[in-house]
Write a protein that binds this ligand. Structure first.
Ligand code: PEP
Ligand code: MN
Length: 258
């Protein structure tokens, strides 16, 4: 299997829980992802929470659970790195690294990520800052590229606007604009943009129809009991239904869902 988030004529699904809560829950999710013929699993180990009193993730233990589960189900793994310590922990054992919206403008950290991954060109999923312009986001990606890793996939995840019917406003225009302005592939994280699971399927279809190379989805065996972002996570039944719909859509576009 190619160790790359992007594959030509394929639409990558990056699904998994917001936060890894236990080995048992991640096993349930991994089993479901594998049965659907998908290749990647996501899971947050280091969580950048708005409040210090909220669940902060399992940290290193979470990374170990993710790697163990990935090996068990032959799935590639991706997790967010927040700082130097989490980067050091994850870079040698996780298949791809995610940089979150809150770190998009942390330029010294971006340089560090680029340096740490330049020898093996580990895939980097680089999210858009929630208040950043596309031009600023593309420019920030160059901090990683300049250090020798151009294996970057950009990820639109919704921006702050006056609209409060959704958690963030999904800027679907970012997909064709980034494709026109750069050579980087584009992912759309529909879960964080939506903030609620009901509109996630429609946003995922819109992302693929707009030409996205990947879609990120948060899923949980029992979203009501989730330790974070429960409202936006799909349960496994709805996830299976959505993936089957997305397979038909990608096929109609001459692509394959992986
Ligand atoms: C996440 O994907 O777990 C996450 C925290 O996303 P964002 O950085 O887009 O808020
Ligand atoms: Mn989340």
């Amino acid at each position: 299997m190619i160790n790359n988030l992007y594959q030509k004529n394929k639409v990558r699904v990056i699904a998994g829980p917001c936060a890894i809560e236990s080995e048992e829950m991640l096993n349930k999710i991994a089993c479901c992802i594998k049965d659907l013929g998908l290749e990647y699993i996501r899971g947050g180990a280091y969580k950048p929470r708005v409040s210090p009193h909220s669940f902060q993730g399992l940290g290193s233990k979470g990374v170990e659970i993710l790697v163990k589960t990935g090996n068990k189900y032959s799935l590639k793994t991706i997790t967010e790195v927040l700082d130097e310590a989490s980067l050091i922990k994850a870079k040698s054992c996780v298949d791809a690294l995610q940089i979150g919206t809150r770190n998009m403008t942390n330029y010294s950290f971006l340089k560090l990520v680029g340096k740490a991954t330049c020898s093996n060109k580990k895939p980097i999923l680089f999210k858009r800052g929630m208040a950043s312009r596309i031009s600023e986001w593309l420019s920030a990606a160059e901090y990683i590229n300049e250090e020798g890793n151009n294996n970057i996939m950009l990820c639109e995840r919704g921006i702050r606007t006056f609209e409060d019917a959704t958690r963030f406003t999904l800027d679907i225009s970012a997909v064709p604009i980034v494709h026109a302005l750069s050579s980087y592939p584009v992912c759309v994280d529909v879960s964080h943009a939506a903030g609620g699971s009901k509109i996630v399927p429609d946003l995922a279809k819109a992302a693929i129809a707009s030409g996205a190379d990947a879609v990120m989805l948060e899923i949980h065996p029992d979203p009501k009991k989730a330790k974070c972002d429960g409202a936006q996570q799909l349960n496994l039944e709805n996830f299976i239904k959505l993936i089957n719909d997305l397979k038909s859509l990608t096929k109609a576009l001459g692509k394959e869902l992986v």
